[in-house]
Design a protein around this ligand. Structure first.
Ligand code: SF4
Length: 186
């Protein structure tokens, strides 16, 4: 989670710059938008939509010692690049910290972008499966829907998460026999 000092699992998860979190270009969205449940992963309870008390501006004040401070869950968390995409692409670098009215819209956009990034990654990973030509065509078509020519705006992003994402998840589930086949062959 928010390391602003400097600056999905599945078959062969795709990595690369597009999926690397860049906290320096985010606005600590994970540390505000997500809930923390007190337990082995987090030392405190924090409801979703409230800033973590360990935040200092957009940076985590205990980032150097998260596991020792009782927050190994924060050290392990990875937004897969959703945070900076929301802040830079959807909100042009603005922050809920300066404009409270952005809090709700940024929370919704962050949830939607996490889904978009996760599905984008799954679809890229599916290139390694023995798909039929028709399935490959569908895979490329889904990828196109997740990569609009212009930057995402908040409304389009929410529509993608509400309407397109369930359809993509359904399609990805239909590939399960390929995964089983590949597992049996390996
Ligand atoms: S402990 Fe640090 S990384 Fe974890 S939510 Fe709070 S500010 Fe973010």
């Amino acid at each position: 989670m928010a390391d602003n000092r400097a600056g999905p699992s599945g078959p062969a998860a795709v990595s690369g710059p597009h999926f690397e979190a860049d906290c320096s270009r985010c606005a600590a969205l994970c540390c505000m938008a997500l809930a923390l449940d007190e337990g082995p992963h987090f030392a405190i309870d924090k409801p979703a939509g409230t800033p973590c008390p360990n935040l200092s501006g957009h940076a985590c004040s205990i980032h150097d010692r998260l596991p020792d401070a009782g927050f190994p869950g924060c050290a392990a968390y990875d937004c897969a690049g959703a945070g900076q995409r929301v802040v830079q692409e959807v909100f042009a670098g603005r922050s809920w910290q300066q404009e409270a009215a952005l809090t709700g819209p940024m929370i919704r956009a962050f949830a939607a972008m996490r889904e978009v990034q996760a599905l984008h990654r799954f679809l890229l990973s599916a290139a390694g499966l023995p798909l039929t030509p028709a399935q490959e065509e569908e895979r490329l078509a889904w990828l196109e829907t997740l990569a609009p020519e212009r930057a995402w705006d908040a409304a389009a992003l929410e529509r993608a998460a509400a309407d397109t994402a369930p359809a993509i998840r359904h399609w990805l589930r239909s590939l399960a026999p390929h995964l089983a086949q590949r597992g049996a062959a390996s």
